[in-house]
Every structure is written in C-alpha cells, then in structure tokens.
Ligand binder design. Structure first.
Ligand code: ATP
Ligand code: MG
Length: 467
C-alpha cells in the first residue's frame, strides 16, 4: 500500500528553489547581455568613427599636398579626387575651407575650423552642426614661408553625418540583436541549469514519498555530495524509528505471552471452583470472571499474532504457497470447532497455481476470517470457502449466513481494535480483520468485505497476486 503524501498545513513554503535559481541565473544573463551590448556598440562606433576620420584626413592631406608656393605666393589647384573620395562613401554633402592667416583663400568662409591638436602638425577633429546639419570635420595646419614672411595655412574638410548616423543606427541594431540573442540563449541555459540542479532533489523526494508506511529500509539511492548529510540524517532517523518500533512490538509480544499462561491457570481454577460453588450469585460472579479471563486471553493471543504479523511482513518471505492445500488443512482443523455450533464448513477448491508468499501469515489471516464466520454465524448454518483464480490473482472467499456487516461500520472494521455493533455479547478484541488486511497488503493483495450473493451474510475475500 502506498500512502499519497498529504501536504502538511503546518509546513510553510519559503519559495521555490528552482525559481530562485532560475531568476538569479537569468538576472546574471541580463547583466552580461547588457554589458556585451554596450561593449560591442562602443567598439564598433569607435572603429566606424576612425575609418571616417581617416578618409577625411586623407582628403585634407591631398588638398594640403596640392598647395604650392609660386613666386612667394600661395597657389592651390584642388584635385578632383581629393573631395570625390568622400562622396564615394555616402550621399553626404562635403565642405572645405582653406585659410591663410585667418583669411579664407577658397571654400566656405563660415565653415568652423577644428581646434588644433597638441602639436601644430597634428590634425584637429570637430563634431558639431553647420547650416542645420550635423558635421564632422578635420583641420590640417602648416607653417609656410612666403615673401611676406611666415604664414599659417589651415585646410578644413568637413562632411555631413547622415550616412555615418545611418551606419551607427545599423551598428546599434546589430549590437542589440547580438545582446538579445546572447540573452535568449543564456536564459534558456539558465532554465535548463536550474531544472537539472533541482532534479536530484526531486528524485529523492519521489523515492521517499513513494514508500509504503511500513517501509523502513535506509535510502540507498546515489545523491550529489551536498545532499549526503541530509540523506545520512534521514537514514539515521529511519533506523531509530525502526529500532523503537521493533522494541515496542517485542514488548507487546513479550507482555502478551507472559499474561497468557497465568490467565490459563486462573481460568482452570475458576472452572474448578464453579463446579463446587452452589449459591447462584457466586456462580454468576464466577461466570463473569471466566468471561473476563476469556476476553483477556483472546486479546493477548490476538496481540501476539498481530505482533508476529508485523515482524514477518517487515521482511516478507516469498515462497510458493499452495492456497488450496492451505485452505483444506485449515478447514480440517476448524471443523470440530464449527461442529460445536452445528456449522458446516464447505470447501470448494479447484486447482490453482501457487502464489509467492509467507504460508504462516496467510494461514493466520484465513484463520481469523473463518473464526469470524463461525463466531458470528447462527447455529445450524453453512460457511462456504472457495479458492478461485483469474489472470492475475488467486482469491479465497469465505461466505457465511451471519447477517453480514453493519453497512455504516464496514469501512472501519479492518482498523485496529474496532468491533462492530453486531459483536456485542461475543468475545473478541477487534484485531482479526486488521491482521487479515495487513497480511493481504503485505503480499500486494487485497481484503474485500461484501455482502454474500444471497444477502444472508458476509462474504470476505482475500486475494493474492500470482507474481
Ligand atoms: N463474518 C462476519 N459477519 C458479520 N460481522 C463480522 C464478520 N466478521 C467480522 N465481523 C464484524 O467485524 C468486526 C471486526 O472483526 P475482527 O475479526 O477484526 O474482530 P473481532 O472478531 O471482534 O475480534 P478478534 O480480534 O478476536 O477476531 C467484528 O467485531 C464484527 O462486528
Ligand atoms: Mg475476529
């Protein structure tokens, strides 16, 4: 029998480990993805700016190379290629300006010059707006000796930035796609990691919660090293529980055993005395005493049997048991008891294959069921015992004419110490059906209480699986 783990209302959940792990990993992936995005964006923007600047510089340098001094005067013959190389890379507008000591020689007089670099020969770059458009410009400066003395010549070449900005937008989109793709893959890996890290815990939970309530074997499944202390403590706990259960069962068996022998002596003495006593009130007291002794020794016997069943089911023996022969033998042994009440035990046993199990336990279970049928049935009635099989199990059914089970109590009757309302006046301890049920369940079978097909009594069936 497997008990479904029921959630304990006193236990509070402090959140999901898997969700926490997944959130942390996805959070780290998001941070890394944004870092990657900004790093890639910064790097590509830098490379793009440099390549634009180098073309601007090449253009300005080729203008500077075309400056000549003829007869002490500056002359400039603008090569077409110097400016057309800029037009090649985009449709942006190109401006230039050549100044000699702050007076414009040629080009756009209002085109701002870029601030000078650290040294005069170094080109200066400037980004700003000119005539309503964004602009990037380079200014090259040289000192020259003219007739009128030394003079400074500055050549500025500029280009609007629409093409460059479109290129930057495309780079941003690519960096975004790269960062997004990285995040998506990292998030999937994070979810997978969270799931697989939690997996051993789920496996262990499954292994422990699938156990039957009486399965007190240590947990032996391999677990990750971090979980070893937990499993170790769990196993120690199970072992302590097993030892303490065994001790208490042993104690009950020992106590029942010790009580039975003196009870038998007391009963014999009471019966002998009953024969000698003549006063009716004394005889009644003695009869009540004998009944109480019978109750006690039945209870002691059943407790002893129950303890034995608990021990044997703990490590169940599985040898082939011939149920037909077992039923025949038991019916033969109980026939004299049944005959005292004129009850006929009728056995219909066909040939059935053996079932794997513990013959002593099965015999004990069947004896309790037959004992009930004889005890609760009226005198001069019939108890039928049948042994049948289907594809998967062999079933022993006992049908009597004892009036059946009180319907409202039926489900509780297989619990420990529970007796039905029809049991008033009969001696019993309420353990017989408990023993029968535990034996059936230990074998993977079932105990079923129903009403006989004639409606006159009960039908109790014990089934045992064939494998
Ligand atoms: N064949 C039956 N017909 C009618 N009622 C039954 C039958 N078998 C059991 N019962 C009812 O089920 C109850 C539980 O049965 P169970 O065998 O567990 O205990 P018991 O017979 O009272 O005591 P004991 O442990 O001594 O057998 C009985 O008290 C009785 O009310
Ligand atoms: Mg009984």
């Amino acid at each position: 029998m497997t008990d479904q783990p029921t959630p304990d209302a006193r236990l509070r959940s402090s959140g999901s480990l898997r969700r926490r792990l997944a959130l942390q990993l996805v959070g780290s992936a998001a941070v890394l993805a944004s870092l990657l995005f900004f790093a890639v964006l910064g790097f590509t923007r830098d490379v793009s700016q440099r390549s634009h600047d180098s073309i601007l510089l090449a253009s300005a340098t080729s203008l500077m190379d075309s400056v000549t001094i003829e007869e002490g005067q500056v002359t400039l013959d603008i090569p077409y290629a110097a400016l057309s190389m800029l037009g090649n890379i985009s449709d942006d507008r190109v401006f230039y300006r050549v100044t000699l000591d702050d007076s414009t020689l040629t080009g756009y007089g209002d085109l701002p010059e870029a601030p000078a670099g650290a040294r005069l020969e170094e080109p200066g770059y400037w980004t700003g707006s000119y005539r309503g458009a964004g602009l990037r410009s380079v200014t090259l400066r040289r000192r020259m000796s003219l007739d009128s003395g030394a003079a400074g010549i500055a050549i500025t070449v500029a280009q609007t930035r629409e093409g460059q900005q479109a290129e930057l937008a495309a780079l941003t989109r690519s960096a975004l796609a790269l960062g997004g793709g990285f995040f998506a893959i990292a998030a999937l890996l994070a979810l997978w990691t969270a799931q697989s890290s939690i997996r051993p815990l789920q496996v262990l939970t499954g292994v422990v919660s699938r156990r039957g309530p009486k399965d007190l074997r240590p947990v032996q499944r391999a677990v990750p090293s971090e979980m070893l202390p937990l499993v170790h403590s769990l196993n120690r706990f199970i072992e302590r529980l097993r030892v303490s259960l065994t001790r208490s069962e042993e104690f009950i068996a020992e106590a029942a055993h010790r009580v039975r022998t003196p009870l038998a002596t007391v009963r014999t003495q009471a019966e002998i005395t009953l024969r000698r006593v003549e006063k009716p009130e004394n005889r009644n007291s003695l009869r009540e005493m004998i009944r109480a002794i019978d109750e006690s020794s039945r209870a002691a016997g059943q407790l002893l049997d129950h303890a034995m069943v608990t021990f044997r089911t703990d490590s169940l023996e599985r040898k082939p048991v011939d149920l037909q022969a077992l039923a025949e033998e038991l019916v033969g042994r109980l026939r004299p008891v049944a005959e005292l009440k004129d009850i006929a035990l009728v056995l219909e046993a066909g040939s059935v294959p053996p079932v794997p199990g513990d013959a002593i336990l099965i015999q004990n279970a069947l004896r309790n069921i037959l004992d009930n049928a004889i005890k609760y049935a009226p005198p001069d009635s019939e108890v039928a015992i049948s042994v049948t099989m289907d594809q998967s199990a062999v079933t022993i059914a006992v049908t009597d004419e004892a009036g059946g089970f009180p319907e409202a109590e039926k489900n509780a009757l297989t619990e420990r110490f529970v007796r039905g309302s029809n049991a008033a006046g009969t001696i019993g301890s309420g353990l017989g059906l408990t023993i029968a049920r535990e034996v059936a369940e230990a074998h993977g079978g079932r105990l079923v209480l129903s009403t006989s097909s004639t409606g006159a009594g009960a039908c109790v069936s014990l089934s045992f699986p064939l494998s």
